[in-house]
Each structure stands twice: as C-alpha cells, then as structure tokens.
Design a protein around this ligand. Structure first.
Ligand SMILES: NC(=O)C1=CN([C@@H]2O[C@H](COP(=O)(O)OP(=O)(O)OC[C@H]3O[C@@H](n4cnc5c(N)ncnc54)[C@H](O)[C@@H]3O)[C@@H](O)[C@H]2O)C=CC1
Ligand SMILES: O=C([O-])CC(=O)C(=O)O
Length: 233
C-alpha cells in the first residue's frame, strides 16, 4: 500500500472538508496532512478556486516529517544529535517525489548513499510495513504536524525568519508544468511570505529531481481531475 492508494478513500473526505472551510473560514491557514499530500493539496486548491476564495499563500501540505526523518537517519549514521542536522528535503510527500539534498548539508558525501536516500524516500512505507495493517506513523507525524502548526502561529504573530519545508503553490517549477512543490518557505502573518529557491544540487540529486517531477506532475493532475469529475455538492 502506497500513499497514492489512500487517494480513493481520502480524496472525497478532503474535498468535503475543504468545501466546508471555503464556505466558513476562507481566510484560515489550511495545513493538509491527509495523504496523498501531493494530490490532496491540489484538491483543496480546486475547491477554493471554484468558490472564488483561493489564496495560495494560505494552503500548506505538511511535509515536515520528511525533514525530521532525514535528520534522524543522518544522525544515526554520524552519531550526532538529530536536532543539529539540518537536511533540506524538497519535492513532494511520497516515494521518489521526496528528494533529500544532502549535498547542501554538512555531510555532502551522503548524496551518493543510495540506501540512505531510499530510506528517506520510503521511510513512511517502512512504518506502514512494520505496523502490518495497524496504520502508519503516529507519534512522529504528530510531532511534525505540531512543529509546522507552531511555526505558522509564530509567523502569524509577527516573528521574523520562520522557515519550514512545506508543499505549496510554488513558482519554482511552474515553467515545467509543476504547480505545487515542497521547498523551504519563509512564513509570515499572511501565510507564505517567500518560497525559497532549491539552491545548488549535485548530479545525483539532479537525477532524483527528474524522477520527482514526473511522478509529482501525475499526482497533482490526479487531484485536479478528481475535483473536475467529482465536484461534490
Ligand atoms: N503528511 C504526513 O506526514 C503524514 C500523513 N499521514 C496521513 O494522515 C491521515 C490521518 O492518519 P491517522 O491519524 O493515522 O489516521 P486515523 O485513522 O487514526 O485517523 C483518521 C481520523 O479521521 C476521522 N475521519 C474519517 N472520516 C472523516 C470525515 N469524513 N470527516 C472528518 N473526519 C473524518 C476518523 O474518525 C479518524 O479520527 C492519513 O491520511 C495518513 O495517511 C500520516 C502520517 C504522516
Ligand atoms: O505513509 C503514510 O501513510 C504516512 C506518511 O505520510 C508518513 O509516514 O510519512
């Protein structure tokens, strides 16, 4: 079971919750954690657009857990404190759409560690397998969700320099037909303040990004198509 398999159950739930938000709290910050995030965020955007209240600065897919996992896995290899490992992860929130950029960390050599890259990309699946039918990540998901929500609140109260990775309506790869992308984002009182660039990547990461784009495009399109064909009430 992959996150994409959750689409059939979750797409209509997210669509209906988004509709309720669009009608009752259109100005709220929406943090979408329900999977598949790569599709549920575009679903929310379509629902808001259909009602004329879409504000791309207030819609966020929660991808914090990918960074939390990457930092943890690196700390296990290096014998360090995960809180001190700053690993940038970009792309989306499933399988090969998750792209860790170790070349930008203090351990650039790790970008050629295929086993580590795979573990970051499929860390959620590892948990699902280990739980053997009893669900997916829970405590780590709660921690990652809380971190993201707290950062949004701190920025809303005027704190400067609050940066989190999140899957947003992004200018970074729109020219390649990818309207949503996760990268570091500076948060502010109005939600997204600034989408930060991906920065320099090495040749191995360039390849990972290519694979990411191809899947991500399909996931985004799947969400859009669902709303077009099933607009709900
Ligand atoms: N983005 C991320 O990092 C992560 C995302 N997830 C995703 O988060 C979601 C929730 O996971 P869990 O909390 O483990 O699942 P869960 O099954 O424990 O909880 C789901 C909750 O949704 C409620 N629910 C079901 N239908 C609903 C509806 N129509 N309207 C309102 N509420 C409804 C259920 O009553 C239940 O309380 C899943 O989609 C999972 O894949 C999980 C881990 C990490
Ligand atoms: O795989 C899942 O369903 C849960 C999830 O998103 C994660 O653990 O990253």
């Amino acid at each position: 079971m992959t996150r994409d398999d959750l689409f059939n159950t979750n797409a209509s739930i997210v669509r209906d919750l988004a509709k309720a938000c669009a009608e009752n709290c259109p100005e709220a910050n929406l943090l979408i954690i329900s999977n598949p995030v790569n599709s549920t965020v575009p679903i929310c955007a379509e629902v808001f657009k259909a009602r004329g209240v879409y504000n791309p600065r207030r819609l966020f897919g929660v991808t914090t857990l990918d960074v939390v996992r990457a930092s943890r896995f690196v700390s296990e290899i290096k014998g360090t404190d995960p809180a001190e490992e700053q690993i940038t992860v970009v792309g989306g929130h499933s399988g090969v759409t998750i792209v860790p950029l170790f070349s930008q960390s203090r351990h650039p050599e790790l970008s050629s560690n295929a086993e580590l890259v795979h573990r970051v990309q499929f860390g959620g699946d590892e948990v699902v397998k280990a739980k053997d039918g009893a669900g997916s990540a829970t405590l780590s998901m709660a921690m990652a969700g809380a971190r993201m929500a707290e950062s949004i609140l701190r920025a809303a109260q005027g704190e400067k320099g609050v940066i989190e990775p999140t899957f947003v309506d992004s200018p970074l790869y729109k020219d390649q037909g990818i309207d949503f992308f996760s990268s570091n984002v500076e948060l502010g009182p109005n939600g997204v303040e600034k989408v930060l660039p991906v920065g320099k990547v090495d040749a191995a990461e360039e390849k990972l990004l290519e694979a990411c784009f191809s899947d991500l495009k399909k996931n985004i399109e799947k969400g859009r198509k669902f709303v077009a064909e099933n607009p709900g009430n």
